[in-house]
Write a protein that binds this ligand. Structure first.
Ligand code: ADP
Length: 178
């Protein structure tokens, strides 16, 4: 059966504002916020932390099995929040939001979070080289990938409004097709 609500991936470099956007979107829309970081940590879907970067080494098979069992594809109404997106099957995903951030702003946010050394450098490079945007464009159809700025608080309000309007339209289009 076709899903009643869309599934939205919110991705981008750590610190760009994924959690901020995903939490508010989930609340406003009554959708479920799936923070992949939390799932990986809580369910133990990892093989410890990378010594140099301090990031989880994720067991992607276990993660995907878990999400598959949560019936994402048919239930819909999920906001999947993670700093990677290419592992989620296309059939699960209706919209991919790639959040982008000015590098000076991101540097301050990551430093405030305690990132330093290699972990800080790698994430800064990733944002400057638009690694997540390219990953999203390579993994999904061009028309479902949307790049949005997340430098200021006003950006969050504007982005949420735009995404919520998109969801309304998606529902109308899908009701018409059903
Ligand atoms: P992520 O989930 O991508 O790692 P967070 O949502 O945790 O990012 O945001 C990192 C920090 O930056 C938080 O302190 C958050 O309040 C702040 N932040 C995120 N987006 C914005 C924005 N558009 N304007 C101002 N502050 C922001």
């Amino acid at each position: 059966m076709a899903r009643q609500n869309p599934n939205i991936v919110v991705t981008g470099t750590p610190g760009v504002g994924k959690t901020t956007h995903a939490e508010q979107l989930a609340r406003n829309l009554g959708f479920k916020h799936l923070s992949v970081n939390h799932i990986v940590k809580d369910e133990g879907f990892h093989e410890g932390k990378d010594e140099e970067t301090g990031s989880w080494v994720v067991d992607e098979d276990k993660l995907l099995d878990y999400l598959e069992a949560a019936d994402i594809s048919s239930s819909g109404g999920n906001i999947i929040d993670w700093h990677a997106c290419d592992l989620f099957p296309e059939r699960w995903v209706d919209l991919v939001i790639v959040l982008r951030c000015d590098s000076t702003v991101l540097y301050d946010r990551l430093s405030a979070r305690g990132y330093k050394g290699k972990k800080l450098d790698e994430n800064m490079d990733s944002e400057i080289m638009q690694v997540l945007l390219d990953e999203a464009r390579e993994s999904y159809k061009e028309e479902i990938v949307v790049e949005l700025r997340s430098d200021k608080n006003d950006d969050v309000d504007g982005n949420l409004e735009r995404i919520e309007q998109w969801v309304e339209q998606w529902k109308k289009d899908n009701a018409a097709e059903a």
